[in-house]
Design a binder for this molecule. Sequence first.
Ligand code: ASP
Ligand code: MG
Length: 425
Amino acid sequence: MLVYKFGGASINSPEGVCNLGKIISKCDDKLIVVVSAAGKTTNMLEAVNAAYFERNTDESVRILSEIEDYHCKMIEGLPEMSNPVKEKLKYSVKSLVDSVKDFIGDNKNHDFDYCYGQIVSLGELLSSTVVNEYVNSTVKTSELVDARNFITTDSLFREARVYFDKTEKKLENIFSFHNNINCYITQGFIGSNLNGDTTALGREGSDYSAAIIASLTGANSLTIWKDVPGVLSADPKLFPDAKLLPELSYKDAAELSYYGAQVMHQKTIKPLVNKNIPLYVKSFADTGLSGTDISSKKRLQDIPVIATKKNQILISILPKDFSFALEDALIENLLILQRYRLKIHLIQSTPLCISLCVDDGRNTRLAIDELRIDGLVQYNDSLELITIRNYTENLIEQYSGNREKLIMQRDRSTVRILLKNNELF
Ligand code: ASP
Ligand code: MG
């Protein structure tokens, strides 16, 4: 049995959905297909939630109608589907969008993250509904499975943690491949908590969902279909001489995704390592290309690999009374960041100051307020963190030369440079 994951960019148009159909028509194995939200739908839904919290319900409803139109146009453009099937599908899309409009009208729970889960999950519910109907009516018999029926999480609605044992138990009866069904379609990114409320696993979390499903069902492999030829040595939009990395070890892939390479969601590798399941990253547009092969036996060649993380903030914490015992203060501050689900990308310390580089965002500002209770906190925002593996002095100069460096940390193989302003060149 295989697991395929398709990202939002691969299914952002009728042509994309057809291409997905072509790819899975060539697969004779039993298959579970995990899809992200189509195109930029998740960003739009985040805007719906933000407008709702600014009490601008009209704007929320307007964006939701735009999302409905986008999916209906996509359905219009799908070939080989009869008009009645298309009409039925458009009706399903409308019902899903209406349920979020109703939520916005009726909701009494004003927790931002809770509402995020209920609203932003719509993207994957829509894309999976469209993809399943297309596959089922033109490619092969398929069944739509709601990921919320098995991905079980805690209640951190925007970045929920998965309970593997509970998820595994629920999965036992879900993908049973009965009655000649050899293809299931399900959503990435979403799950549900113990009360049955919808939760989200964090941005770009569909890769992680696919890895969990592959691991807990004991799949033979996971393939992530992407809009690039495989894992590249750098983001080709920023570094035109980026090269394909034909193979990577799990360790390399985990490290590169942590550093911010456009590989896959950070948490993807761990569930695969546990069961030794190979991961293939392949080109959605040119399926003949060999892509990148990731497993325990492979390794990264010695070529330079560059990863960047934009929108970073460096938080510097100083004790109010000079009383730093570094270990205690560090642990207390880290616990605060952990509570706000902030990922720390770099740490630097001096006897009287701890500096932490994290993603900037809503939670970051809330965490800063809490850090200020016991310390003096300063921060620098709009930063960029560049990591170069197998660096040379020339590469450091080339990518950071004329920009102000706030921090530079290096060991024998890797250099990490925190730079002012988001723009690379
Ligand atoms: N749709 C979600 C996002 O855009 C999850 C994903 O794409 O993996 O973040
Ligand atoms: Mg996406």
